[in-house]
Design a binder for this molecule. Structure first.
Ligand code: DP6
Length: 323
């Protein structure tokens, strides 16, 4: 039994930052994202009687990554046991390839766990709906719940394992331009940064409250196909996330000086009539959203700040033929 799946990273317009349940990965608020059309992860899962094994980009993964993969496979085996499948005790050989440059910081855990969930569910013989696949991927990495979905996704926070999942949402036409800045930022993982923010940031409750109302506003702006509003909400929301993170003790700062220069350049573009808006995740790289027609103009304006990639909305996780 061997299955393979392909999934792409996603970039959130309304961010997920904070868990209500660390074990089940239930977020404190919902979020919304665009799935990218580049930098896919392709993952093959083959059932075996040996121990679990995880190979990433041609190398056997380290103990931490292997442990996280095994813990995820245990969830899949539990589902197989509940379904009465005789695969429930099988181990798995997982072979994964990331097309994205690892250093680009383009959410490889989202594409990784979305691809693993899709391939593993198939290999173990589970028949999961897109909703249940999203719930499963969520257990690996919260943002992976959204990479199951085509184009644009809304992750409903929910209050339980059963009610926390992503589904498709319609949004205005847009493109993304990523700027991988050349900055050696000190790395705090999203997982650790979220805990630190919850424990020490005095603005945490305000962040939770405003993220909920922001998601409601985003849903309305998407329904109205209002690109300008979507962009404005995205940029303000990104600043709010970095503000709540900056207020942790000891402080965590993901943005570098050059990141701020890109935000300033995006504001200057708007002055010049190019409608662009910026956001950034837990690192110094900046992602710009714009109308598809403006993609090349935006890319040219920020080329001096780092390595540029452009993206259109991409496909959700899906099975592929095993070669
Ligand atoms: C800033 O999904 O990587 O990119 O659930 O702990 O694995 P875990 O975190 P993860 O966090 C992503 C945080 C973010 C915002 C977002 O993608 O919504």
């Amino acid at each position: 039994m061997v299955s393979a799946a392909r999934a792409h990273p996603n970039i959130a317009l309304v961010k997920y930052w904070g868990k209500a349940d660390d074990e089940l990965i239930i977020p404190v608020a919902g979020s919304m994202s665009m799935t990218l059309d580049k930098f896919a992860t392709t993952t093959q899962v083959e059932l075996t009687t040996d121990a679990d094994r995880f190979e990433l980009n041609g190398t056997v993964a380290d103990a931490k990554a292997t442990g996280r993969t095994t813990a995820f496979l245990d969830l899949v085996r539990n589902l197989a046991a509940e379904a009465g499948l005789d695969t429930a005790n099988a181990k798995a050989n997982v072979i994964s390839v990331n097309e994205g440059p690892t250093a680009a910081g383009m959410a490889s855990s989202a594409s990784g766990f979305a691809a693993l969930a899709t391939a593993a569910a198939d290999a173990y013989g589970l028949k999961l709906s897109p909703k249940d696949l999203s719930r499963l991927a969520r257990r690996g990495s919260g943002s992976a719940s959204r990479s199951i979905i085509d184009r644009f996704a809304i992750w409903h926070a929910g209050t339980s394992d059963a009610t926390s999942y992503a589904e498709a949402i319609d949004a205005p036409e847009m493109a993304m331009v990523s700027v991988t800045v050349n900055a050696a930022a000190k790395k705090v993982s999203s997982r650790d940064g979220m805990v630190a923010t919850r424990q020490t940031s005095p603005y945490y409750q305000a962040w939770i409250d405003v993220t909920k109302t922001t998601l409601d506003e985003m849903v309305l702006a998407c329904a109205a196909k209002d690109f300008t509003r979507v962009g404005e909400i995205t940029e303000t929301h990104a600043h709010r996330m970095h503000a709540v993170i900056n207020a942790t003790h000891p402080p965590i700062r993901y943005l570098a000086p050059v990141s701020w220069q890109v935000f300033d350049e995006v504001a200057a573009m708007r002055e010049d009539g190019i409608e662009a808006y910026a956001t950034a995740d837990a690192g110094p790289n900046v992602v710009i959203i714009c109308r598809p027609v403006d993609t090349d103009a935006v890319a040219a304006r920020v080329a001096e700040y780092g390595q540029i990639n452009t993206f259109a909305p991409g496909p959700g996780a899906h099975l592929v033929d095993t070669a």
